[in-house]
Design a binder for this molecule. Structure first.
Ligand SMILES: [Zn+2]
Ligand SMILES: [Zn+2]
Length: 322
């Protein structure tokens, strides 16, 4: 079909939103298609029609390094939809998303964001514990930039390392903004993770940044080939077998066995990627450590601390810092 005003209006709907589910797109497309003609019911807009508009938009925007991509939410708890709903987002294909953010955020704020991503994908993502998330407290605790090293002529500073500290309030505000803009989401237990939209946008960059040869920090789902930030893992810590929660059932049915897609060992079903991987010992608050011995019980706590009071927050940071 020829690219016309309807296609342009459709693309505009994406520009105004951080993500769009098919259900959200139906009324949008129905309104667009109803202009100057018979009124179209949103329910009559089919997925095929939606996909053809996505395809046409992608052809039109690819010269600008933009693309409409889709993804399923990684965290089954982040959505009330069952089964989880696929979301589409207009993302920038350029390799350095932190530079894109430079139009909205200061260098110091981007430095803070880089420390937060380093924390999530490096510090809190070890061979044994693939957390890939940050408790709000831990995130705010990264407000201080590392002490500057002596500057030498032949050691160019890498991106993010040259920034100054934010105040705690600035860091808190930055986190709120990032949540509002659809980059981060906060789980019921108060952990920050990247949203599906952020993952779509940052996918290439995260892999370049955190997957050194030899020890890749980011692993991929054997079923859908997308990166796994929330899901399940093989019991062997050195095996790369990972599956999303929402991919697992179909995958095992197709494979006709509940075994690791890589090493073929029996799939444990209780080895996690994401916040469920965090045991009691790595809980952010000192209170929890005193109260609960590390035991086999799952790390489920009531979500009362998901919005810690300012006082508790500061007390905690004081005790955590040197
Ligand atoms: Zn998957
Ligand atoms: Zn395995």
């Amino acid at each position: 079909m020829a690219y016309d005003d309807r296609n342009r209006a459709f693309l505009q709907a994406f520009m105004g939103r951080s993500t769009l589910a098919f259900q959200d797109a139906q009324p949008v497309l129905a309104a667009i298609l109803s202009v100057g003609g018979e009124r179209i019911d949103p329910k009559d807009v089919g997925e095929g029609q939606f996909q053809s508009y996505v395809d046409a938009a992608n052809q039109a925007i690819s010269p600008f390094d933009l693309e409409i991509r889709s993804s399923l939410p990684q965290d089954p708890q982040s959505t009330t939809e069952d089964p989880p709903q696929r979301v589409w987002a207009l993302v920038n294909n350029t390799s350095d998303p932190l530079t894109q953010l430079a139009t909205t955020y200061s260098a110091d704020e981007i430095g803070f964001l880089k420390r937060l991503l380093d924390y999530m994908f490096h510090t809190n993502n070890t061979v044994r514990t693939e957390g890939m998330c940050a408790a709000q407290l831990q995130a705010v605790g990264l407000h201080k930039a590392p002490t500057a090293r002596p500057v030498t002529d032949d050691a160019p500073q890498t991106q993010g390392s040259a920034s100054h500290s934010l105040t705690m309030t600035q860091a808190e505000r930055m986190i709120l903004n990032l949540i509002e803009e659809g980059w981060f989401q906060k789980s019921r237990k108060g952990y920050l993770t990247l949203t599906p939209r952020a993952l779509m946008e940052l996918r290439g960059w995260l892999v370049i940044e955190y997957n050194d040869e030899g020890s890749p920090k980011i692993k991929f789902c054997a079923a859908c080939k997308d990166m796994v930030t929330v899901g399940q893992r093989c019991a062997d810590v050195h095996c790369g077998g990972r599956l999303h929660d929402h991919c697992m059932q179909n995958f095992f049915r197709m494979q006709q066995a509940e075994e690791c897609p890589v090493c073929k060992a029996e799939w444990p079903g209780d080895h996690f990627v994401g916040e469920r991987a965090l045991g009691a010992s790595s809980r952010p608050s000192g209170v929890v450590r005193r109260q609960t011995p590390v035991s086999a019980r799952p790390s489920v706590e009531p979500s009362t601390r998901s919005t810690p009071s300012r006082v508790a927050l500061e007390a905690n940071l004081d005790s955590d810092s040197e």
